[in-house]
Design a protein around this ligand. Structure first.
Ligand code: GLA
Length: 697
């Protein structure tokens, strides 16, 4: 109704509307174009989960000689006492190059900057795999790219095994027994319960990556059974899907013995802000369950991490992992990560910015190239997420609220989609067979993708303009940009901000392209480009009109972070969350998406799941929950001196390559080892500000 009223700007205008409306849909929605052929350059060796790892005690354990020196000096317990009763054992047969040797360093380069070490309270460590390495989670999914489809389920990790109750509502999980944090404090159910009660359930605390209780299902509860056992209770019957939700970055408990001391529930007078900021980057040796511990930080320069002497994983020969003694993170730019990895001064990059593809390919093809480069499937994609909350989320001003009302109008979203020349957007990033127009929704690499259920609004400026008018937007002042109807915002020009990050050239190019293409439509879009940390804070707070997003693993796999596929909880969606009054104001099609996703989680019937995802895809793409832009493959670049690199490791699938690679198993054969360690022969010292690595003598 309203949109017709909007269009009644005057008799002349009305005529204009009807003429254009009659021309509408000259180009009917279709299915997306066939992407250019681009074969992955390596395929994984597919195995079962039991082929990768098991938990068991071995007759003896080993450690690097220099760590033994700490034991001899009385500074560390014996290695057997530092390990859990039954460590995780990686099987030799699944290691591409077998049992490794100790030493050397992996040099990462990142464009992010650390806010601090309080992952549980939402601080980033600068991305690029730092937090992935520090965060050991109940289950693990990064390496699943190499698991056979018929055996696909999350890998055990901090939870070494689990079983379902007869009625399927209860899941009992057994934690690794006798494992320790990197400072020697025991890891047990207390850490898991602190994460549940005082991080996830506490509405004032949100961990990095945004998990909330609903991430594990609405109405789900968790309780402690004993020191090494916890029990989940679900509303659904046997929702195995949530095992994926318990992997990175949703259920990765922090050191409760350290965090509790600063948390307002335990510390008199402490505020949540103080809690969040109690562990700044200068606080070193922050206890972790991960393979390496941060021992040095220099602003805008480097983070250095040394091996965790309490790490709870070993190889079949009993060698305590990791093999690599040090991990470095140069604080630079993401583009520099590509440059350095190709040049050999860095060791690893996820080549994900198409602007670097041609040069990286050229240099890596040279015989003397220090790094190998392998492209994977088309798993990188970008979308515009229109903020669909008209319920006060992020407390928008009148203009912001008016834009959200527009965002909620399907004709408006369709107009935007029709006005996007996705081919041109992709080609502005890189020419060649890489990019392909992306309508939004599930991506072709998941087996749940169905082209016929995918609705694509191809480029058609006429259709776009007609739909914009249908949505009530007309250029009443003749300045080339459409105005709000007279009774909204005083008929001012519609102005929409597009929030994005400055940290990636690709994001900058896409934002620029969108602004230009929307200008042709007569829609004024203002690019609001910010450093990632700032952008993320604004998006999480709901302070945006449109957000430019590089999509995550939910759309690539369906089974990883399934609950994120729709606004299944008040804090789940990245563009539609509960408002100040707690209501969600879901549009009917969003409710359908939610119902479909919930039905998917509640069944394990394969055919039913396939059908549900077809429905999901149609609902999503027809209604443009988010508006897709472009999709393309990325390449993993890794220095040739590393062994045990699994074939076909994708830069992003269930998780980023920094997880998929299983870095704790990477090693450098002795004859290839570098002398790049910055703190040789040291281990993490006591946690605290101003502390650093320590030597054995
Ligand atoms: C950033 C990088 C990705 C990947 C992730 C890991 O987002 O752009 O390539 O390294 O960090 O969290």
């Amino acid at each position: 109704m309203r949109k017709h009223v909007y269009a009644l700007g005057g008799a002349g205008l009305l005529l204009g509307v009807s003429v254009l409306a009659a021309q509408a849909q000259t180009v009917a929605p279709t299915t997306p174009p066939e992407p250019p052929k681009f074969d992955a350059q390596q395929v994984p060796t597919f195995v079962g989960i039991k082929d990768i790892l098991e938990f068991k005690a071995l007759p003896e354990y080993r450690e690097p000689d220099y760590v033994k020196a700490f034991v001899d000096a009385g500074k560390l317990p014996l290695v057997a006492e530092r390990l859990p009763k039954e460590p995780m054992v990686y099987k030799t047969a699944n290691m591409p190059d077998g049992v490794g040797s100790y030493g050397d360093v992996i040099r990462h380069v990142i464009g992010g900057r650390p806010e601090g070490w309080n992952y549980s309270a939402g601080q980033t460590q600068g991305w690029g795999g730092i937090d992935i390495g520090l965060s050991e989670c109940l289950t693990r999914t990064g390496p699943l790219f190499q698991v056979k489809a018929e055996e696909l389920e999350p890998l055990p990790n901090l939870a070494k095994s689990w079983e379902w109750s007869e009625d399927g509502h209860e899941l009992t999980m057994h934690l690794i027994e006798g494992a320790k944090w990197s400072d020697g404090d025991p890891f047990d159910a207390e850490d898991v319960m602190f994460f549940w009660n005082d991080v996830l359930i506490d509405p004032q605390v949100t961990p990095l990556n945004g998990a909330s209780p609903e991430t594990f299902g609405v109405g789900t509860t968790l309780e402690q059974v004993d020191a090494y056992t916890v029990k989940w209770t679900f509303k659904e019957v046997r929702p195995t899907q949530y095992l994926y939700s318990m992997a990175y970055g949703n259920f990765c408990p922090g050191p409760s013995h350290i965090l509790k001391a600063e948390h307002p529930a335990y510390k008199d007078g402490a505020t949540y802000d103080q809690f969040k900021n109690a562990f700044p980057p200068e606080y070193l040796n922050m206890p972790t369950m991960g393979g390496w511990v941060p021992v040095e930080y220099r602003a805008d320069d480097i983070i250095v991490m040394r091996r965790n002497p309490y790490y709870w994983k070993v190889d079949e020969a009993g060698n305590q992992l990791p093999y690599l003694d040090e991990m470095q993170y140069r604080l630079s730019t993401w583009a520099d990560r590509d440059v350095q990895a190709v040049a050999g001064s860095g060791d690893l990059s996820n080549l994900e910015q198409p602007e670097s593809f041609v040069e990286a390919l050229r240099r890596s093809a040279e015989e003397t190239a220090p790094a190998r480069l392998a492209f994977g499937a088309r798993t990188i994609s970008y979308s515009i997420y229109p903020n669909l909350s008209a319920n006060g989320w992020g407390e928008p001003d009148a203009r912001g609220q008016a834009v959200r009302e527009l965002n909620r109008n399907l004709d408006f979203r369709k107009a935007v989609s029709y006005a996007l020349d996705r081919q041109a957007l992709g080609e502005a990033l890189v020419k060649g067979p890489f990019t392909s127009p992306y309508p939004g929704g599930l991506m072709p690499p998941t087996s749940y993708y169905d082209n016929d259920s995918t609705v694509y609004y191809p480029y058609s400026l006429e259709d776009a303009k007609a739909l914009l008018e249908k949505a009530g937007l007309v250029d009443t002042d003749g300045n080339g940009f459409v105005n709000f109807p007279a009774d909204v915002q005083g008929g001012a020009d519609v102005e929409i901000t597009l929030i994005s990050t400055t940290d990636y050239q690709t994001d900058k190019s896409l934002a620029e392209g969108i602004v230009g293409q929307m200008e042709r439509l007569g829609l004024r879009v203002i690019s609001q480009s910010q450093a990632t940390n700032q952008r993320d804070a604004n998006v999480l707070a709901g302070k945006f009109d449109w957000s430019l997003v590089r999509n995550g693993s939910d759309l690539i796999t369906v089974v990883q972070n399934t609950q994120n596929l729709a606004p299944t909880g008040p804090q789940i969606s990245q563009a539609h969350r509960a408002g100040t009054d707690g209501t969600q104001d879901l549009l009917p099609f969003e409710q359908e998406m939610v119902d479909t996703v919930n039905a998917f989680v509640a069944t394990d019937d394969p055919q039913e799941r396939i059908d549900l995802m077809k429905t999901y895809q149609r609902t999503y793409t027809e209604n443009l929950y988010a508006i897709g832009l472009t999709q393309y493959p990325g390449a993993l670049i890794i220095n040739k001196r590393f062994a045990n690199v699994p074939a076909g490791t994708p830069i992003l699938q269930f998780n980023w390559a920094e997880d998929g690679l299983i870095r704790e198993r990477l090693y450098v054969p002795e004859d290839k080892q570098s002398d790049a360690e910055l703190f040789p022969d040291t281990l993490p010292g006591a946690p605290g500000k101003g502390n650093g690595p320590i030597a054995s003598n």
